[in-house]
Design a protein around this ligand. Structure first.
Ligand SMILES: Cc1cc2nc3c(=O)[nH]c(=O)nc-3n(C[C@H](O)[C@H](O)[C@H](O)COP(=O)(O)O)c2cc1C
Length: 182
């Protein structure tokens, strides 16, 4: 069955390691007949969540109008969300975190379409210790559990720093294989 899969990428680095994996996933998933959209959060104009809880009061998901409101329909319409980003300072990079924070509006707005999706994670970091990836993995898994999303797979690649380092690992192959899980 063809699924509508939204890939949210979170690295501004051209041809970076996470973006290369996200593209490998997107290409493989498209080849399987899925409807794929990739949104590069690093290209969006995004403010932070003000926790005002006035979500949808202006008719838009976020009262502080920015590109989150532009991509919100894509998030709600997706059967599956794939998050792709590196580790920054043992945590989630701010560009994609701003999108994740603003997803709070769907919870406040009680948007049915937001809950019960499938999801997956693609992430990488410089350090060799796989536990470094927990800074992205744990928030992702807890967010999924809260929103009743089913985690179908995770691609977790430590030990990559420079552009091209991903080619010294099986990260691209793992990301392509992730498409088989949807
Ligand atoms: C601002 C910044 C913070 C980073 N923090 C970490 C870190 O805490 N731990 C780590 O292992 N790598 C860290 N890195 C390295 C990146 O995770 C690594 O280079 C990764 O391959 C970048 O992925 P990308 O090419 O998709 O942007 C950091 C990189 C940057 C630019």
């Amino acid at each position: 069955m063809s699924k509508k899969i939204l890939v949210l990428t979170g690295s501004a680095r051209k041809d970076g390691n996470s973006n290369r994996m996200a593209q490998a996933f997107a290409d493989a998933a498209a080849a399987k007949g899925h409807d794929i959209k990739v949104i590069d959060t690093a290209k969006l104009k995004l403010n932070f969540c003000h926790a005002c809880q006035t979500c949808y009061k202006t008719g838009k998901p976020c009262s502080f109008d920015d590109d989150f409101n532009v991509i919100a329909p894509d998030i709600l319409a997706a059967d599956a969300l794939v998050f792709s980003c590196p580790v920054y300072w043992y945590s989630v990079p701010s560009q994609i975190k701003a999108v994740i924070d603003k997803m709070f509006s769907f919870v406040i707005g009680e948007k049915e379409g937001f809950f019960g999706k499938e999801c997956a994670l693609i992430t990488c970091c410089e350090e060799e210790d796989p536990a470094i990836l927990d800074g992205v993995k744990i928030p992702f898994e807890r967010t999924a559990a809260l929103n009743k999303w089913t985690v179908v797979g995770e691609v977790l690649v430590p030990g990559v720093f420079s552009v091209g380092d991903i080619d010294k690992t099986d990260g691209i192959a793992q990301a392509a294989a992730l498409a088989d899980k949807f």
